[in-house]
Design a protein around this ligand. Sequence first.
Ligand code: SAM
Length: 438
Amino acid sequence: MGKQDAADRRNPRWHAFQVLQEVDRGRRLGVLPPAGLSSKDQGLFRELVSGVVRWRSWIDWQIDRLLSKPLHDDEVGYALRQVLRIGIYQMAFTDRIPPHAAVSTAVDLASGLRLPHNLVNALLRRFAAEERHPEPPRLAERFSVPDWFVRRIKRQATGRHPEDLEATLRWMQTRAPLTLRWDTRKVEGPFVREQLAAKGIKSVFSPWAPFALILPEFRGAVQEIPGFEEGWWRIQDEAAQIVTTFLDPQPGERVLDACAAPGGKTEDMVQRMGGQGSVVAMEFKRERMQSLEELAAREKIVRVVRGDARHPLLPEATFDRILVDAPCSGSGTWRRHPDGKWLKKDEDIPAYLERNLHIIKGLTPLLKPGGVLVYCTCSILEEEDEEVVRTALHEIPDLKLDPLPDLLGLPMRSGMFRSPLVEGGMDGFFSARFRKVG
Ligand SMILES: C[S@@+](CC[C@H](N)C(=O)[O-])C[C@H]1O[C@@H](n2cnc3c(N)ncnc32)[C@H](O)[C@@H]1O
């Protein structure tokens, strides 16, 4: 691409253009806004990057239908598409940027990149002139999810109403609220809520997770929330908190968090155990272990081990409870991390099933007789959830299902938990509880 002048480096759209290319190449979206941008431009940068990734295939469908001939399959065609995506996103999904500003900034970006800016101008003007934009006929583009995912979720929705399927896909495109878990050893929930209200931040208690405070409208930086410095709370979705309720670790017990990094649930366990007992936090990937090490430095009952839960090098029959917060597609959190849907592949799904079965088999000998193992994922695909449980029950005679009781009006399905998405507003989580017999 053409040489950039210094002015571009203060342009949030130029930075978004660069980062979007990196995300296409597999970089995770947790990007910090570039230093040097004003805080308003940092907000715009974040919105452009996550919005374009969230709506990518809807936007591409609109671009393709408005082109008189396809974009070239080369570097220029690819860069043009990226500029057009940024322009269309602003017109279709933001209300504070007037269409003429979306067009002119895209034309400027294209010129700065030495791209054919006339094409950008013509296509975006055509889009801006439409009274209503047509909706793509296929679900994959209409709700901007990969084809393979639509195939799988349709298959599992067989027999259910197609409207349920569309409601789920629509939910996946909504913005997730920020949810806090307050630290009961430092503060009380009503106190945190009062401090937030004093700053004009609206919050509501979760009806299901006892330490969860949901901030339904908050869009600012987390550092602005009272108690950030003091460590009064951590960010953790309601559904992720509910999982620890199912594990129900007790003071004095020996607990294993088998897939622990970054440690959100480990910390929740320590809190619920009142700091009494021991928690072993195991993690496979060295590069993900730093936050666990930091947690262990703060909480003396936590010991961190690097290990593979399929072949754990820990003494047998010594744990009261084990949590398997399993590696998965993360489809239940794609509304929060929209890059996940483009990074995962169809063939990953059976591989997760295999791996997670292997993990449950590897961990079962570590449980004391009568001990509890909770398996959970943040996926809404049954192959990663119920199918793993069914196969585990079939292949591991030492485990039986310990049906989860209904939770304050949240009904379980065959004794297993599937978080309510559209009605519940929480992330998509699945949990099942096993007990070791004998
Ligand atoms: C869903 S994340 C866990 C999130 C964590 N429990 C929390 O609440 O913060 C799954 C973790 O399991 C780790 N993992 C994957 N395969 C593993 C294995 N065979 N043994 C141990 N950890 C594994 C991944 O590296 C990842 O950090």
